[in-house]
Ligand binder design. Structure first.
Ligand code: C6P
Length: 404
């Protein structure tokens, strides 16, 4: 079913060495490596198709436009959106979150109105709201969590007031790995007539997401975290909401007509896509979707879940080990500290053994504050990782621990 050796052979970078050691790449939550067919698609498009999209009548422009729009349809089908009008290409999750935050606040929020976020948000789902708080006087309410790193739904329910205008939460924490019960959270918000934006940066690479089943109002994710190219992401929005939001940026592509007196905006999805899109990257993203769909999202999820369980089980045997995020609903991320070894020391020494992990606050400083720590070491898994690599990590952690 899932031939890991064959899968690994699709990723040329995995066979390289660092410091003379085989690379053990466990920083997939930051970005994933790219299969050959994604890189080939990018190279081939630049070599043989390249032309600006939606602008030219000439052959190449038509062909590039076709690839770009086929990618939109591929994304639609991948996340089970109703229509391609609901698929906005962005630069990544960050841009999608900023777009909704900015346009939604402009149209639907007054001073004193409230947004609900969670304590485990990435900065890109906190700072945009803070910018709006400074500009427009909106307030941010925060869902707390328990010791396992699970959001407290009873507390969440209590946060709703007359002033709550939107909820914006991550589906999976990039630090704790917790898979939040977003479907239930959306149902609760909708009972209050409040729309929900979901940050899908850390869910889309790992398991199937379904917009119609989840019933979220907005959903943002990044291509580079799901084996696609950098510089491209997707914002999904229900058509009924996107229709009501003002454009985020102005420029070419997003207009129907312009005079100095009046501009008429393009219809969806182009209203939100000002300027030349990264049409080569959208095609690359489509190829990444082909790749992971062929492997099967359920197979990927099962493989990574096994890796996560194995890693947790082996790590717990290490003296002084503290793992942050102990929910039973946990994705391919394990954050930890050992004794009083600084996360940076651990990360740097693991790197010397060829093991790539991330250290620090992981762009989630409010979460670090609530945990009472400065940072963690984070191992995060992808579809190509193996138990043997986890053994190398565990041996590495033990070796570093002995040095202190
Ligand atoms: N987290 C990590 O190492 P961009 O940078 O726009 O592709 O994704 C931003 C983002 C938003 N939400 C979550 C939950 C994320 O994890 C990220 C990116 C990386 O954890 C880089 S900081």
């Amino acid at each position: 079913m899932y031939d890991i050796n064959k899968v690994r052979a699709d990723f040329p970078i995995l066979s390289r060495t660092v410091y003379g050691k085989p690379l053990v790449y466990l920083d997939n939550a930051a970005t994933t490596q790219k299969p050959r067919e994604v890189v080939d698609a990018i190279v081939n498009e630049y070599y043989s198709v390249n032309a600006n999209v939606h602008r030219g009548v000439h052959f190449l422009s038509q062909q590039a436009t076709d690839l770009h729009e086929e990618a939109r349809e591929k994304v639609r089908s991948f996340i089970n959106a109703k229509s391609t009008n609901e698929i906005i290409f962005t630069r990544g999750t960050t841009e999608g979150l900023n777009l909704v935050c900015s346009s939604f606040t402009e149209e639907f929020m007054e001073p004193g109105d409230e947004v609900i976020v969670s304590v485990m948000e990435h900065h890109s789902n906190i700072v945009p709201w803070q910018l709006q708080a400074a500009k427009k006087g909106i307030a941010i309410r925060v869902i707390p969590m328990n010791d396992k790193g699970e959001l407290l739904l009873d507390e969440y329910k209590k946060l709703f007031t007359e002033k709550t205008k939107i909820v914006s939460v991550t589906q999976v924490s990039n630090v704790l790995g917790t898979i939040n019960p977003v479907k239930e959270m959306i149902r609760i918000a909708h009972q209050h007539g409040v729309p929900v934006m979901v940050d899908g940066a850390q869910s889309t690479p790992h398991f199937k997401v379904d917009m119609q089943d989840m019933d979220c109002d907005f959903f943002a994710f990044s291509g580079h975290k799901m084996y696609g190219p950098t510089g491209v992401g997707v914002l999904y929005g229900k058509e009924s909401w996107l229709d009501k939001l003002p454009p985020y940026q102005g420029g070419g592509e997003m207009i129907e007509s312009v005079s100095f007196e009046k501009t008429v905006f393009e219809k969806l999805p182009f209203k939100f896509e000002a300027g030349t899109p990264d049409y080569v990257a959208t095609n690359g993203l489509a190829k990444a979707i082909d790749y992971i769909t062929r492997l099967g999202m359920d197979n990927i999820a099962a493989h990574e879940s096994e890796l996560t369980k194995y890693c947790m089980q082996e790590m717990q045997k290490i003296d002084g080990m503290r793992i942050f995020g102990q929910s039973a609903y946990k994705d391919a991320v394990v954050s930890f500290l050992v004794g009083d070894i600084h996360h940076l020391d651990m990360g740097t020494l693991l790197d010397r053994l060829g093991i790539a992990v991330r250290t620090g606050h992981h762009c989630a400083q409010p979460l670090m504050i609530s945990l009472g720590i400065q940072g963690t070491v984070r191992a995060s898994f992808g579809l190509y990782n193996t138990k043997e690599e986890i053994d190398v990590l565990i041996a590495g952690i033990k070796r570093v621990s002995k040095m202190f």
